[in-house]
Design a protein around this ligand. Structure first.
Ligand code: ZN
Ligand code: ZN
Length: 833
């Protein structure tokens, strides 16, 4: 301890003080005319379903540290924050509490904003956006009109996923697991409704092109799989039965799509979707009743449930047969729920020997299994599962003995030549269904006139305001339908009485463009100021959860590409870099209200300070993998910050006045050299870790540095200037992680405000270099070579290095190494015979 009493570290006091000062000085407000290069980095904005929990902070604290780091590296950093405020969860929560969704949402925002401010982030609050604010959703509606004008929004009757509990349509992405509602877990059913869609499928090729973005491989894989592009062949099969004389030839056949044309000789049955238009005609009298019952059941199931691989296969033979045109074989026609009319042709060929699902289907219903691609060294034995790898073609007529990969092309060529079909590319991705029969969303700005049909609301009449007095409880149809003052309007074209569209938009529409609004949140003449948007966009770094891979992250890419084609923006991708954080668990379980294990940051901030919470979240594990919240862990971090506090204040100003047991000049020089080396090595480690979002190893490096400094302090072995360099560095390196503590200590050690306007320290490569020594290499005890190596070299590495030296190899020629002796930090002696 120093001579003077050191004030206690009181995070509560200093954090409040600095947050107030930073806000008052507008320290983190950013402007477009700033001469520094821009850096636009932000976190996925939170959904306003309630208070923030520690999982939100886990997304936000490390990304703030990274943004702060970029700021100290000399960038003009835009790191904004906003609220995703429309949608089902907020509405459901409000209904449960019997209050209006608006009241509920705005109350949440108020609390969340306060919590976010206590984090001490560099959010530029003057740029906040709230998607349920009319000044925001006016432009969400405007974008809808633009998409409509461009032919990218259309209305169609479609079978949709329907949650009977939430009483609304769900996007495919919102149906999870075995076909249940993502929100409430109810089994999703199907329904036919007139809906609005966005034509995302028009952008398939571009969505599969990731060449302009640096995203994690797994997200790209998820998007690629979701788009589900497959190249294959559409093949016609003949129909044996049910074809009366005089029926057009197209009705005498049907088509299947396959990516495995090489297995066409192995077809032993075909399967139609229950809704396939030919099913009725092809069903023979004795199967009719059973088939009708099956169809009704299948239609009530969601697509996700129907195509689940876990589910037991169901299906029915309908009494008719198809003809495989390649070998003339007659195969039975079945229907099964796993075949969908919306994918491919609504009919598939069954090749049980080479497709696992077909294999299970055949096993269950006793259908034949015929091998046509032989596994290596196959001798005609029965298969225990489908063989899906390449092999040699067998039982395939003229194509026998070809390698199957080659056979695939040869058969495709043959099919095209004969006119049996053609090569085709199909996708799993469907158009984006955006209609929601719920209250809490942006109204779709469309009007239905008996005379003029569908008429868009003129731009000058935007926003179409969500009426506050509507009965918002769901009733299976949009609640807005019953709000007379909303529904009844006049046609913008002919002025006759007309009705408004009463569905609202999917909230993913609101979040597809919010990052554009951050550029100019108060702009009134358009969704954004084009100049400002051009300055900031595309965003340089986006962070958030990987669970958004096939929804928000895909929709936003589509949105920007569509806007680019309309000439509204001039770039191709919204987010250049992406980083996905993992999840915080508590006692190995996901946090959830039902488990009662939700950790709220507030009490920890209150007791230990936001800096301790920030640092602990960064220390808890690799950021992309998440970690386990543990109260002991955060206490350890708080102790470390306390040690930093005392170390800095105890030594910084009083060092010179202390009676230091004067070391020899040589010892002092050595100690100083060592201190500088470790200081620069720490700068290097922390910088590289921050660049890669490796926050946990960064904190470990800072802790090691603190321990080392405490030891140096104990030994009182260095002079003041080198010591101060080390302490200043420590504070600057801490600034992104613990901004309040760093600012306070920076000020208390006499530096000018603010540490957050200081450049991030740079390391001297020479100083940071590892300490080295000369390794002596002997052969049978005689010096044969010398080499400079880092002190961190271990025995194995030293031996390997010694044996690989050219001079040593010359000595070892023709002789056998009996053993190798290693003396750490000195020599390797190779004993040969
Ligand atoms: Zn539901
Ligand atoms: Zn009209």
């Amino acid at each position: 301890m120093g001579e003077k009493m050191i004030a206690k570290y009181n995070p509560r006091e200093i954090e409040a003080k600095w947050q107030q000062r930073w806000a008052q000085d507008r320290l983190y407000e950013v402007h477009e005319d700033d001469p520094r290069p821009k850096w636009y980095e932000f976190t996925m904005f939170p959904y306003t379903s309630g208070d923030l929990h520690i999982g939100h902070w886990y997304a936000m604290a490390p990304s703030d540290a990274h943004a702060r780091f970029m700021r100290m590296k000399g960038y003009n950093v835009l790191h904004p924050m906003g609220f995703d405020a429309f949608g089902l969860p907020a509405e459901n929560a409000a209904i449960k509490r019997g209050i209006h969704p608006f009241t509920w949402t705005m109350g949440n925002i108020k609390r969340m904003r306060k919590q976010l401010k206590s984090l001490g982030a560099i959010y530029d609050w003057s740029r906040e956006v709230i998607t349920c604010d009319p000044s925001y959703y006016k432009w969400t509606q405007w974008f809808f009109l633009k998409l409509y004008e461009a032919g990218l929004a259309y209305r169609a009757k479609a079978p949709v996923n329907w949650c009977p509990n939430c009483q609304t349509v769900l996007a495919n992405e919102q149906v999870v697991g075995e076909g249940v509602c993502e929100r409430c877990g109810t089994r999703v059913t199907r329904k036919d409704l007139e809906q609005w869609f966005f034509r995302i499928t028009r952008y398939v090729e571009e969505l599969l092109d990731f060449s302009q973005i640096q995203w994690p491989e797994r997200i790209k894989v998820m998007q690629r799989n979701w788009v589900g592009k497959s190249e294959g062949v559409e093949i016609a099969f003949g129909l044996e039965d049910g074809v009366r004389e005089g029926v057009e030839s197209s009705k005498k056949e049907f088509r299947v799509f396959t990516t495995r044309a090489d297995t066409i000789y192995g077809v032993t049955f075909v399967v139609f979707a229950p809704e396939h238009p030919l099913v009725e005609r092809l069903t023979t009298a004795e199967h009719r009743e059973e088939v009708a019952r099956y169809i009704e059941w299948a239609r009530s199931q969601s697509e996700i449930a129907r195509t689940s691989t876990q589910r037991e296969k169901s299906g029915l033979f309908i009494g008719s047969y198809a003809i495989n045109k390649l070998n003339g074989e007659r195969v039975p026609i079945w229907i099964a729920d796993y075949v969908l009319t919306s994918y491919g042709t609504g009919a598939v060929m069954g090749v049980p020997a080479h497709d696992q699902r077909d294999y299970e289907f055949a096993k269950r219903f006793g259908l034949p299994i015929k091998v046509v691609v032989a596994p290596p060294s196959w001798c005609g034995e029965e298969l225990n599962e489908a063989y899906v790898e390449p092999g040699t073609m067998v039982n395939s007529g003229q194509f026998d003995s070809l390698p199957s990969e080659q056979g695939k092309e040869a058969i495709a060529d043959f099919i095209e030549e004969k006119g049996y079909g053609e090569r085709k590319t199909i996708c799993r991705l469907r158009d984006w269904l955006i209609s929601r029969q719920r209250y809490w969303g942006a109204p779709i700005p469309m009007i239905y006139c008996a005379r003029c049909g569908i008429v868009p609301v003129p731009e000058k009449d935007l926003p179409v305001l969500l009426p506050e007095d509507a009965e918002f409880r769901p009733a299976g149809e949009s609640p807005l339908k019953y709000c007379e003052s909303f529904v009844n309007t006049t046609c913008p074209k002919c002025s006759a009485p007309a009705k408004r569209e009463t569905d609202t938009m999917d909230t993913f529409m609101c979040s597809s463009w919010y990052y554009l609004r951050y550029a100019s949140p108060n702009h009134k003449e358009g969704p954004f100021d084009p100049e400002k948007a051009r300055h900031w966009l595309p965003a340089d770094q986006y962070t958030g959860g990987a669970e958004h891979a096939t929804m928000h992250l895909l929709y936003s890419r589509f949105f920007i590409k569509a806007l680019r084609d309309m000439g509204i923006v001039d770039f191709d991708e919204p987010f250049i870099r992406l980083y996905n954080q993992g999840t915080i668990v508590v006692e190995r379980q996901k946090m959830s209200k039902s488990r009662g294990n939700v950790i709220t940051p507030d009490p920890y901030v209150e007791e230990l300070g936001a800096d301790a919470v920030r640092a602990y979240l960064m220390f808890i594990g690799p950021w992309d993998q998440g970690g386990e919240w543990d109260d002991r862990g955060i206490t350890g971090i708080a102790r470390w910050l306390n040690r930093v506090w005392f170390l800095v204040l105890d030594s910084y100003n009083q060092w010179g006045s202390k009676a230091i047991s004067e070391p020899s000049e040589e010892a002092a020089n050595r100690a100083k050299k060592e201190l500088r080396r470790i200081t620069h090595r720490t700068i290097k480690r922390v910088t590289q870790d921050l660049e890669r979002f490796h926050f946990n190893t960064m904190i470990a490096a800072l802790m090691e540095f603190t321990n080392y400094l405490a030891k140096v302090r104990e030994e009182k072995s260095v002079e003041t200037a080198a010591w101060r360099e080390a302490i200043d560095t420590l504070l600057l390196l801490l600034a992104p992680t613990t901004p309040h503590l760093a600012e306070e200590l920076w000020t208390r050690t006499g530096h000018p405000y603010s540490i957050h306007n200081q450049p991030f320290p740079k390391w001297d490569e020479e100083l940071a270099a590892e300490e080295e020594f000369t390794l002596v290499i002997q052969v049978n005890g005689r010096l044969r070579d010398r080499v400079t190596v880092p002190v961190t070299i271990n025995e194995e590495e030293a031996q390997e290095l010694a044996l690989s030296r050219e001079r040593i190899r010359a000595y070892l020629k023709d002789r056998r190494v009996a053993r190798i002796i290693y003396v750490p930090r000195r020599l390797v002696n190779i004993v040969v015979k």
